[in-house]
Structure formats: C-alpha cells, structure tokens
Design a protein around this ligand. Structure first.
Ligand code: ATP
Length: 266
C-alpha cells in the first residue's frame, strides 16, 4: 500500500464569521492524481491556500511527508509579512493559481530562475525550514529552467516577456515554474480554466506525464469533469466547506450525496 504524501486532518478555516472549510480530512497518496471538486464556493481554493501556506488553518493539521521527514505546514507559517508559501515550496509543495500569477514584466526564463532562487537558497526569510531540500548553482538552475521549458513546449518563448505569451502558454509556464522547484506534490488550481478543448487535451497529457515520468504526486482543483474523470485516481468532493464524498472516480460519480450537491438538491 502506498504511503500518503499529504494528510489533511480536521481542518477548519474561518474568515470572521464565515466558515470556508469545516473539519476537512483527506489523504493524498504518493504517485496519485487526486482531484478536489465541488460546486462554486465549496471551499476548494481555501483548502488549497491552507495546504500551500497562504493561510494558516484556524483548526486542524496538514502534514507533508518530504525527504524522510514529516512537516507540519502550519509550523512553516511563522512570518506575518511574507506568509509561509515560499517555505512550503522549500518543503516540497509547488502550486499554480486559478488566476495566473506570473512575473509578467520578466522574461519567461527569468520566471523560472526566480522560483528556483526562492526554493533553494538560504536567506533571512527562511524561518524554521532553514535548510533547502537541495541547492543549485546558477548553471544548474539555468539548465533546469531550459529543461522545463522544453518539457512544456515553451523553448521558443524563453526570452519573451511572460505577460506577452498567449493565455494557454502562460498556463504551461506556471506549471514549468512550479516544476522547477522539484516538488514532491504539485497543486494545480483550475489548470484548464480558459483553455480550449485541444489545449485541455494537451493539459491532461502533461499532467499524466508529470506523474509517470517525474514521480510526482498531483492534487488538482478542476471544474472540467471530463478532464477530472480522465486523469484522477482519487476524488475528494467538497460542498459547503465539508467533505461529502471521497473515493475512486466511479464511487464518487455514483454517490447520491455528490449527485444531489451538483443538482442543487438539499
Ligand atoms: P470556486 O469554485 O468558485 O473557485 P471554491 O470552492 O474555491 O469556489 P472558496 O474560494 O474556497 O471556494 O470559497 C469558500 C467560501 O469562503 C466562499 O463562501 C467564499 O466567499 C469564502 N471566502 C474565501 N476566501 C475568503 C476570504 N479571504 N474572506 C472571506 N471569505 C472568504
């Protein structure tokens, strides 16, 4: 039986009186593609933000297994100004965003170099996760950047400004940037949003290749059910901030609670 890379245990996240997640628990197993689905406002992005260190969960624990050690994500969020996200990247989790967030005034290759710098160098912000999982020389970082540009079919764009790339290429650049930090787990927040059908098909191949060729574990939020059903090994369904179903694609698709949530029956 494969081990869990990530364990989300009884996580509740409140914003004042709003409870965005309540008692959320699930596991992400090594090498799996796990999809997090649910209607709008179900709390998917909020739990992603807790996992990736953008928020500290109000209650509960999120534990990552990385390089032979257990890492409690909440412990990394120690800096009130910068948050914990770059420390979480160091620990082994990389992410992309629902609304693409690139350094748009920098070149494509510079975007990949900056991500590696934050993930691999010691600096004053490194908090309790002082030792990066690995270090890279400048030459190694450039090699790695061009390797991922090749993998994402972006080599010809290396010196263009990131903000000038067509939308579908910006989405691929976000994945390349995340992969440059050599994550154990990549979290993709609605990677197919805004893509046309042929770009979505290409994306599903990219996600499968990441898993098969790079020993990666994937957690993906996605509304495109065709994509989810074609790539996911395991699906967790959220509704009104709570987990309502957790299983294989066919178990989840046949779960009356999921059908009711998607059809708006209460
Ligand atoms: P979508 O599929 O539309 O992106 P989602 O499942 O990702 O939705 P969240 O964005 O996590 O849902 O939002 C869950 C709930 O928490 C919503 O009611 C939202 O309004 C609320 N919420 C999220 N972030 C905040 C915040 N920073 N402050 C207050 N409320 C928030």
């Amino acid at each position: 039986m494969r081990d869990a890379v990530l364990e989300v245990e009884n996580v509740t996240m409140r914003f004042g009186g709003i409870v965005a997640n309540r008692n959320v628990s699930f596991k992400v197993k090594q090498g799996d593609i796990t999809a997090l689905i649910g209607p709008n406002g179900a709390g998917k992005t909020t739990i992603f933000n807790c996992i990736t260190g953008f928020y500290r969960a109000s209650e509960g624990r999120i534990v990552l297994q990385s390089n032979g050690r257990s890492c409690n994500i909440g412990d990394l969020i120690t800096k009130p100004i910068v948050g914990g996200s770059h420390l979480v990247t160091r620990a082994g989790i990389a992410r992309t965003f629902q609304n693409i967030r690139l350094f748009k005034e920098m070149s494509v290759v510079e975007n990949l170099l900056i991500a590696q710098h934050l993930a691999t160098t010691n600096n004053l912000l490194s908090g309790i996760f002082k030792t990066p999982r690995f270090r890279r020389t400048e030459v190694e970082a450039i090699d790695r950047a061009y390797y991922w540009l090749g993998q994402m079919n972006l080599l010809e764009d290396a010196n263009r400004l990131a903000g000038q790339l067509p939308y579908g290429r910006q989405r691929r650049l976000e994945i390349a940037r995340a992969m440059c930090t050599s994550p154990k787990l990549i979290c993709l927040d609605e990677p197919a949003a805004g893509l046309n059908p042929s770009e979505t098909r290409e994306l599903s191949q990219v996600i499968r290749r990441l898993r098969s060729d790079h020993d990666l574990t994937v957690l993906v939020i996605e509304h495109d059910m065709g994509l989810v059903m074609s790539i996911a090994d395991h699906i967790v369904v959220l509704d009104h901030g709570e987990v309502i179903s957790d299983g294989t694609p066919s178990e989840v698709a046949n779960d009356p609670a999921v059908i009711a949530a998607y059809l708006g029956v209460s």
